[in-house]
Design a protein around this ligand. Structure first.
Ligand SMILES: Cc1cc2nc3c(=O)[nH]c(=O)nc-3n(C[C@H](O)[C@H](O)[C@H](O)COP(=O)(O)OP(=O)(O)OC[C@H]3O[C@@H](n4cnc5c(N)ncnc54)[C@H](O)[C@@H]3O)c2cc1C
Length: 187
């Protein structure tokens, strides 16, 4: 059983996974290899001079794995409710999780198939997004959305930041108090 299952391991999903795993939450990510970031050449990500999209994806996923997140390559084909838990199904197997974060980029397919509320997108070329509140909560309890699929501006610094923001909200809900992650230089 996982504390957090994240669908999509692009900048939003991997950044969310980094924050939940580093907080000690048992975290699993699913990715079917269709990130739009794979086509990008990025020169506007704060703190990074310039980076190829595929390299940014690789580094972000490795960083999440460093803190214990597991990444499963494959397509999430369905999500079902089972009491207090969600069951995420891929072609490889079934995984139970307490919280689910959608970080599926341009795709609302998995969210629509589950029955989440979906609305028109407002960013260029983003047709549909998952409806969320200001915390990243969707229309279903313990289901969240982050990044492009949650309607934020389609830039890596924003989508990765949004993944972190939503993960901090998930960590806070799991802990029952506001979560903060600050490491101190020299310790
Ligand atoms: C050509 C191009 C150039 C760009 N250049 C820049 C730039 O210079 N600077 C900049 O800031 N941004 C740039 N961007 C935008 C940037 O890539 C995005 O803003 C951002 O990376 C999107 O992050 P995301 O995590 O929301 O989505 P994505 O990176 O698309 O990640 C979503 C992930 O979810 C996975 N997924 C979806 N559904 C499922 C499912 N059912 N099961 C399993 N996995 C699933 C996908 O495979 C994908 O890996 C560019 C984009 C393009 C296309």
């Amino acid at each position: 059983m996982y504390d957090v299952a994240i669908i999509g391991a692009g900048p939003a999903g991997a950044s969310a996974g980094l924050f939940t795993a580093k907080a000690g939450k048992k975290t699993i990510l699913f990715d079917n290899g269709k990130s739009i970031t794979a086509k990008a050449w990025v020169e506007n990500h704060y703190g990074v001079d310039a980076i190829e999209g595929p390299k940014l994806l690789e580094q972000g996923q490795k960083q999440a794995e460093k803190f214990g997140a597991e990444i499963v390559k494959g397509d999430v084909v369905s999500i079902k409710e089972s009491g207090e838990l969600y069951i995420v199904e891929t072609s490889e197997g079934r995984y139970e999780a307490s919280h689910v974060i959608f970080a599926t980029g341009m795709s609302v397919k998995a969210a629509e198939a589950f029955g989440l509320d979906v609305v028109e997108g407002t960013e260029p070329r983003v047709a549909k997004i998952i409806k969320t509140d200001e915390h990243g909560r969707t229309s279903s309890p313990k289901m969240w959305a982050a990044g492009t699929v949650a309607g934020v501006s389609v830039h890596t610094i924003v989508t990765s930041g949004d993944g972190a923001r939503v993960a901090i909200n998930v960590n806070s809900e799991l802990d029952g108090k506001r979560y903060v992650d600050h490491d101190i230089l020299g310790k």
